[in-house]
Design a protein around this ligand. Structure first.
Ligand code: UDP
Ligand code: MN
Length: 470
């Protein structure tokens, strides 16, 4: 049986030597309503393909499954393996908290988390433990290969993949380009540094996991926990690597074979918002600005992301680096600007730039060195000068500057790509008006007014110095 699969292993890996005194590991598998044969395949592959002395125990956490066969039958079957402990949770904990229950009783030096529908390949464990032995703040992930959900066959995948995210914090894989492989002479068996881990399969030093404060236990069911742990690891001094000599197959399924006590979308977006609020600093706008405005509306009672003070405290205590540092050093290819556009706000009709002095507007000759002419158009579409924002004060007073507030929809202005009507792309539209209202610049009388949009009126046309988003 082993030979069937070993063709996927890299020849070079067979010659790799590891230390004799590798740390031991507790292997934790959480499941809810897992298929019997798939669960057994996971457990058997662990025992068949790992050196016995490295496995301290295998902890199976039954997250309140509804299937009868996962109760006494499972206990009975697993009693043939003295190292297996089965825990039956008495209520649904969700993946994140179920893993934490497993971690609490683990006694090995390293925690290895696996999904309950995997097949560990030959020699999968030693290379993971070796990396942690070399440096305890390394978090090691196997290459995740594919077990077909149609015929359960094992399919190898390329090694040159990094785990990444795109906005709004969606996990993905990115191929390492050929030029880079050539330039740095990357070998197929070299560890690959990943901005984000996939989440289901990894080994981490147990003490280090606790130093990092484990997972945010406020995350529900499934989703976002890989972002949370990845940001935390990198920003607080650790590293995430994929180790190509370690390979584990995983069944990728369409949809989840379990219920989300609330609903799937709401659960995942709430989890992501918790992660964003704790870890993204000023880039939190980028997250909300990619289709998550509705989360900011606190009147939405279904949406309550809960208390984050513990998480924020932890970040302070660990003296973690900024998200900007993470972007620049760990994931520079994402190239995320922190605003949509910035610089001077040039009015085409008056050929002058908007300026603010003591809260009142004026038009001045454009001068890039004058701070009072600088504005940002944020991801949440606020037009900001430091922490004050262009706002309609009321219909009588007209426009003025108001303290910025990401939750206030009245402060949002559409400009450029978000405008459906292409004749108005140079205009600045007040987002919440029912019919289009545009910001107009005047040299006399009221400097800024809100008028019916007119595609040819050049006093309604504006240009920022820099645009970062097309
Ligand atoms: N899981 C769990 N409780 C939950 C949700 C998931 O124990 O509330 C388990 C699930 O059985 C699986 C692992 O967590 O072993 C990861 O979930 P899943 O495989 O659905 O995630 P995916 O691989 O699709 O990202
Ligand atoms: Mn899975």
């Amino acid at each position: 049986m082993i030979w069937e699969h070993s063709s996927f292993l890299l020849k070079e890996c067979l010659d790799q030597i590891v230390h004799n005194n590798l740390p031991t590991t507790s292997i934790i598998l959480c499941f809810v309503d897992e298929v019997w044969s798939t669960l057994l395949r996971s457990v058997h592959s662990i025992f068949n393909r790992s050196p016995a002395h490295l496995i301290k125990e295998v902890i199976l956490v039954d997250d309140f499954s509804t299937k009868e066969y996962l109760k006494e039958n499972l206990d009975k079957y697993m009693s043939q393996f003295p190292k297996v402990h089965v825990i039956h949770l008495q209520e649904r904990h969700g993946l994140i908290r179920a893993r934490l229950v497993g971690a609490t009783i683990a006694t090995g030096d390293v925690l290895t988390f696996l999904d309950s529908h995997v097949e560990c390949n030959v020699g999968w464990l030693e290379p993971l433990l070796e990396r942690i032995h070399l440096k305890r703040t390394k978090v090691a992930c196997p290459v995740i290969e594919i077990i077909s959900d149609k015929d359960m066959s094992y399919v190898g995948v390329s090694s040159f993949l990094r785990g990444i995210f795109t906005w709004p914090m969606t996990f993905g894989w990115k191929v390492i380009p050929d030029e880079i492989i050539k330039k740095y002479n990357i070998k197929e068996m070299d560890p690959i540094r990943c901005p984000i881990m996939a989440g289901g399969l990894f080994s981490i030093d147990k003490k280090y996991f606790y130093e990092l404060g484990t997972y945010d236990a406020g995350l529900e069911v499934w989703g976002g926990e890989n972002m949370e742990l990845s940001f935390k690891i990198w920003m607080c001094g650790g590293e995430i690597e994929i180790i190509p000599c370690s390979r584990v197959g995983h069944i990728f399924r369409d949809g989840n074979p379990y219920t989300f006590p609330k609903n799937r979308i709401k659960t995942v977006e709430r989890n992501l918002a918790r992660v964003a609020e704790v870890w993204l600093d000023e880039y939190v706008d980028v997250f909300y600005g990619h289709g998550y405005h509705h989360l900011l509306n606190t009147n939405n009672i279904e949406f309550n992301i809960g208390d984050l003070s513990k998480q924020k405290e932890l970040r302070k205590k660990l003296q973690c680096k900024s998200f900007k540092w993470y972007l620049e050093n760990v994931y520079p290819d994402l190239q995320t600007p922190s605003v949509r556009s910035d610089g001077l706000l040039f009015n085409v009709g008056t050929r002058k730039c908007l300026a603010v002095e003591n809260g009142t507007f004026s038009f001045e000759l454009c001068d890039i060195h004058k701070k009072n002419q600088h504005f940002n158009h944020s991801w949440l579409r606020l037009i900001k000068q430091t922490d004050m924002c262009i706002a309609l004060l009321d219909m009588k007073q007209g426009l003025g500057m108001k303290p910025c507030d990401n939750k206030n929809n009245n402060l949002r202005w559409l400009h450029q790509s978000f405008i459906a009507d292409s004749t108005l792309t140079d205009h600045i539209l007040w987002e919440i008006s029912q019919f289009p209202l545009c910001l107009e610049g005047n040299l006399f009388g009221k400097i800024l007014t809100l008028n019916t949009c007119d595609p040819v009126n050049s006093q309604q046309k504006w240009q920022f110095t820099n645009y970062y988003k097309d």
